[in-house]
Design a binder for this molecule. Structure first.
Ligand code: B16
Ligand code: MG
Length: 215
């Protein structure tokens, strides 16, 4: 099988924005006297903004009005944007740029497949944008992972068949989305959590693309 495209999740794969999402949600939790834990934050990875708020309100057992919810989504995002305003190249996860260089040189098309509506801002701030042929993000999709929409749109936008695409994901829901879309999935993280992935690597440090992308 010849693979021609690589589709990357953003948070947890290329950069670690989870710390900023956590900080912003924790601050918001003060409004309804709720202290979000690091374990709960894990469960918010890859989950859209509105679904994240719904989960947190469930955990807090707080029944919010529509108006509260709309205001809080805006406030959380304002705080998140403030927190990421100084992001720069140093926050690209180790080995990522070297890996992107390798696959670009090997002729792979590269797309982003992220749930975040702030993906372009982050790619701009970190200098990752020039590697990407296509951005599919929270502004382009209507269904959240594990629905395969984000990756199927990526394949379609690159004019590739799903079977020609390899997805890189750190969240279980993202790996499920890739498999549901009939794509190969490479998990970034630990094997226990990402057991549905075709391969799992802890990070991109020292990874040889020609070996990893052999299936
Ligand atoms: P935003 P990914 C996801 O990014 C994050 O993991 C998740 O925690 C966040 O809620 C979601 O983006 C939406 O982000 O509020 O910026 O639209 O992992 O899909 O790249
Ligand atoms: Mg992620």
């Amino acid at each position: 099988m010849i693979y021609k495209a690589c589709l990357f999740d953003l948070d947890g794969v290329l950069v670690d924005t989870a710390i900023y999402h956590f900080q912003a949600w924790k601050n918001l939790g003060k409004k309804f006297n709720y202290e979000l834990t690091t374990e709960q934050n894990e469960q918010l990875k890859g989950v859209s903004r509105v679904e994240s708020l719904n989960k947190i309100l469930d955990w807090a057992n707080y029944s919010a009005t529509q108006e509260e919810k709309s205001n809080w989504l805006i406030e959380k995002n304002e705080e998140y944007l403030r927190l990421i305003s100084n992001m720069n190249r140093s926050e690209i996860l180790p080995g990522v740029e070297e890996f992107l260089n390798q696959i670009k040189n090997q002729g792979f098309k590269i797309a982003l497949g992220s749930a975040s509506k702030n993906a372009e801002i982050i790619l701009d701030k970190t200098g990752l944008m020039p590697w990407f042929d296509l951005i599919i993000d929270g502004n382009t999709v209507s269904k959240s992972k594990p629905d395969p929409e984000v990756f199927l749109k990526g394949a379609e936008g690159l004019a590739m068949k799903p079977s020609e695409c390899i997805v890189f994901e750190d969240a279980q829901a993202g790996v499920e989305a890739a498999k549901a879309g009939n794509m190969k999935a490479i998990g970034i993280g630990d094997r226990e959590t990402l057991y549905l992935a075709d391969k799992v690597i802890p990070n991109f440090i020292g990874i040889k693309a020609n070996e990893l992308l052999l299936f």
